[in-house]
Design a protein around this ligand. Structure first.
Ligand code: F6R
Length: 606
C-alpha cells in the first residue's frame, strides 16, 4: 500500500502536493517524491525518509508548475532506495508515473522491454509500466490509446497516475484492486488514493471503479471504461469528514479501518509475483522437513499453515511459536523454516531465525516492512505490501500473510502432485471471490455484530472454540478480544472441551463457536456436539454460522450469519467477523482501541 496524488490547477501546485503527501503519509513512509510539469518540462525530486525528512533534503516547494504527481511509498518491490522511490520516468523522460499496487507479471514484461533495448534504473515493478507507455506510444502516437494498450499488457493490482510531455495538460489515471478517487474544486482538480490527500481543498469527490480510467485537467475530468472506451457518468459525493477522520478513511479507529482494508489487502496478496511464491515453495519440496514459525498473531498464522499444508499439499509442516522455537527444535541443514512477521523486528522471531540459521537450516519469511531486520536476516523474503498497520493489534497484515501462505501451499501441492492446475485455478478464484465476500459481510453484518457487542461487552469470561482449521481462528480471535477489551477470552479446540474445560461451564459462561459449513459434515457434526455439551450445562452459546444453517440457529442463544459460499474459506470470513466483534466490544467499553494498555506494535525485546 502506498499513497498517490495528482493535481491539475490554474495555480502552482507544489505546496498543495506536499500537503497531500503529508496527508497520505499513513499509507507508507519509507520514501517519497514528486514531479511537476512546468513549461513542457518535467522536474522530479525524490528521496528516502518520511515526507518531512525528504522535504528537508529536496525542498519540494521550490518546484514550479501547475500540474504534478506525487507518491509516498510502502516498498513492495525493490529496497528502500532513492532510485526505487516514485515517481518513475520512462527511458526517454517523456512519461512519468506513480503507482500503488503490484504488477504481478512485471518480470515477463521487463524481459520483453529489455529485448527492445529499454534500460531500467530501479528494481521496481512500476518503472516497467513507465517504459510500456513509451513503447506503446512509439507505435500509436496517441496518448489515450497508448495508455489503454499499456494497461492491457500488465496484470496485478494498481492505481496509477501519469503525466506526459506529449499531452501536457492532462493527468491520466487508472485503477484495479487499489483505491482511486477524484476531487473537484474551482480552478483545480485532484486524483488520489483517498480523499484525505485533498480534504483541506475540497470535499467534493468522485469514486473510481475498477477498470475505469480518468483524464483530468484543471477544469474538467472524464471517466471511461477500459473495456469499450465509453464515458461513464459519475456522481459527485460531498463528504463531511474532518481531517483526522479522513486520515482513517472515515473510520473512527485505525483498527476498524484496517479491518475494512482487508478486501483490498487480500487482492493485493493475490498479486505477489509467481516467481517469489515459487522460490519459497521450492524450499518445502527440496528440504526434508519444514516448519512454520511466528509469535502472537503470526503464530496463529503459522498454525493455519499446518492445516493448509496437510489439506492441499499432503505435507506435515509443524508450527512452532517463535519464543519456544530455540528450545525445542533440533534444526539441521536439511530443514527449512518459514517465518511470519508484520513488523519484521520481533525479538522472539529474530532469535528463532538465528537458531535456525546457526544449524544451517534454510530460512524464508513473509514480512510487511521492507528493510526490516527479519527481511534482511532470512534467505528469502516475500514483502506482503499490506501498507502500514497502525493499530497495535494485527488484523489486515495477518490475513494477508494467510493468503500469501495459501498460495505457497497451492504451489507446493501442484508441484508434488497433490493438486491439479484446474484445482489450483479454482482455489485462487475462490480466494479472490472471498475478498468480495468479506466486503459484503463487513458492509452488511457490521450492524448485527455491533448489536451483539452491545449485549455481550459486559461478559468477563469467554471460551472461543473451533475445530480443525477453525481452532487457530478461535485462538487468534480470543487473542484479539483479550488485547482490545482486556477481558478473559480463552481459545481452545472444541474437541478439548470435555477433557477438562467443561468443568467451568455454567449459566455465566459465554462460549463463542466458530461453526464450519454443513458441507464439512464430520467437522460440522463434532462442532455441533460441543455446542450441545455447553447447552446441556446451561452455558450461553454464540456462534458464527452460514445463512442456511437452521440447525445451528435453533441451538444458539445468539448467532451471526455469513453467506454459504466456499466452505474452504469460511474460517477466514469468521475470523474477520470476530475481529469486528472484538472491536465493537472495546468500543462499547470505551477503551483505547488503537493503543491497548501494556502493548506495543513492535516487540523488539525478549
Ligand atoms: C496481535 C499482535 C501480536 C503480534 C506479535 C508478532 O494482535 O499484533 O501478537 O502478532 O507481536 O508481531 P510481528 O508480526 O510484528 O512479528
Amino acid at each position: 500500500m502506498c499513497g498517490i496524488a495528482a493535481i491539475a490547477s490554474h495555480k502552482s501546485v507544489a505546496k498543495q502536493l506536499y500537503q497531500s503527501l503529508l496527508n497520505l503519509e499513513y499509507r507508507g513512509y519509507d520514501s517519497c517524491g514528486m514531479a511537476l510539469m512546468d513549461q513542457n518540462k518535467l522536474a522530479l525530486r525524490k528521496n528516502i525518509g518520511n515526507v518531512g525528512e525528504v522535504n528537508d533534503k529536496e525542498h519540494f516547494e521550490e518546484l514550479k508548475g501547475n500540474m504534478g504527481i506525487a507518491h509516498t511509498r510502502w516498498a513492495t518491490h525493490g529496497g528502500v532506495t532513492s532510485e526505487n522511490s516514485h515517481p518513475h520516468f520512462s527511458n526517454d523522460n517523456s512519461f512519468i508515473i506513480v503507482h500503488n499496487g503490484i504488477f504481478s507479471n512485471y518480470q515477463k514484461v521487463q524481459k520483453e522491454l529489455l529485448n527492445k533495448g529499454f534500460t531500467f534504473q530501479s528494481q521496481t515493478d512500476t518503472e516497467v509500466f513507465a517504459n510500456l507507455l513509451q513503447d506503446e506510444y512509439q507505435t500509436t502516437l496517441d496518448i489515450e490509446t497508448a495508455f489503454c494498450q499499456a494497461i492491457e499488457r500488465i496484470e496485478g493490482s494498481y492505481a496509477i497516475a501519469m503525466i506526459t510531455l506529449h499531452q501536457p495538460d492532462t493527468v491520466f489515471a487508472v485503477k484495479k484492486d487499489s483505491p482511486l478517487v477524484i476531487g473537484i474544486n474551482d480552478g483545480a482538480n485532484y486524483i488520489s488514493s483517498d480523499m484525505n490527500a485533498f480534504i483541506s481543498e475540497t470535499r467534493d469527490t468522485v469514486i473510481i471503479n475498477d477498470m475505469e480510467y480518468v483524464m483530468l485537467t484543471k477544469d474538467d475530468f472524464t471517466v471511461k471504461r477500459l473495456a469499450d472506451k465509453q464515458s461513464v457518468s459519475k456522481q459527485i459525493i460531498h463528504v463531511q469528514w474532518d481531517k483526522q477522520t479522513a486520515q482513517r478513511g472515515g473510520f473512527s479507529h485505525y483498527m476498524l479501518k484496517e479491518i475494512f482494508d482487508q478486501p483490498q489487502t487480500v487482492r493485493q496478496a493475490l498479486h505477489i509475483p509467481k516467481e517469489e511464491i515459487d522460490t519459497i515453495a521450492d524450499k518445502f519440496l527440496t528440504r526434508k522437513q519444514s516448519f512454520c514459525v511466528g509469535v502472537g498473531t503470526t503464530y496463529y498464522v503459522a498454525m493455519i499453515g499446518t492445516y493448509l499444508f496437510s489439506k492441499y499439499a499432503g505435507l506435515y509442516v509443524p508450527n512452532v511459536s517463535a519464543d519456544e522455537f530455540p528450545a525445542i527444535i533440533p534444526v539441521s541443514d536439511d530443514q527449512h523454516v518459514l517465518f511470519f512477521s508484520q513488523s519484521g523486528e520481533t525479538y522472539d522471531t529474530r532469535m528463532a531465525i538465528r537458531a535456525a540459521k546457526s544449524k544451517g537450516a534454510a530460512t524464508s519469511a513473509i514480512v510487511n516492512v521492507v528493510g526490516s531486520s527479519i527481511s534482511q536476516e532470512v534467505d528469502n523474503c516475500i514483502f506482503q505490501g499490506s501498507g502500514p498497520e497502525i493499530c497495535v493489534v494485527s488484523t489486515k497484515a495477518a490475513l494477508s500473510q494467510i493468503i500469501i501462505l495459501w498460495q505457497i501451499v497451492l504451489n507446493v501441492g501442484l508441484k508434488n502432485g497433490s493438486l491439479t492446475q484446474e484445482q489450483v485455478d479454482l482455489y485462487r478464484e475462490n480466494i479472490f471471490e472471498f475478498s468480495r465476500t468479506i466486503e459484503t459481510v463487513l458492509n452488511e453484518e457490521s450492524g448485527n455484530i455491533r448489536n451483539l457487542a452491545k449485549e455481550t461487552s459486559h461478559i468477563k469470561n469467554w471460551l472461543f472454540m473451533g475445530k480443525s482449521i477453525y481452532y487457530p481462528v478461535a485462538l487468534e480471535s480470543a487473542l484479539k478480544m483479550k488485547e482490545v477489551t482486556y477481558l478473559h477470552a480463552e481459545g481452545l479446540p472444541s474437541g478439548f472441551l470435555k477433557h477438562g474445560t467443561l468443568a467451568m461451564v455454567d449459566e455465566n459462561m459465554y462460549c463463542l463457536f466458530f461453526i464450519p459449513t454443513k458441507e464439512t459434515k464430520d467437522l460440522y457434526e463434532s462442532t455441533m456436539m460441543a455446542i450441545e455439551e455447553v447447552k446441556a450445562r446451561k452455558g450461553k452459546v454464540i456462534g458464527f454460522c452460514t445463512d442456511d444453517d437452521t440447525e445451528a440457529m435453533n441451538l444458539l442463544d445468539h448467532y451471526l450469519v455469513i453467506p454459504d459460499k466456499h466452505p474452504e474459506l469460511n474460517f477466514l470470513v469468521e475470523m474477520v467477523m470476530a475481529q469486528l466483534l472484538s472491536y465493537y466490544c472495546a468500543l462499547d467499553l470505551g477503551l483505547n482501541i488503537d493503543k491497548p494498555r501494556n502493548l506495543a506494535k513492535s516487540v523488539t525485546v525478549g
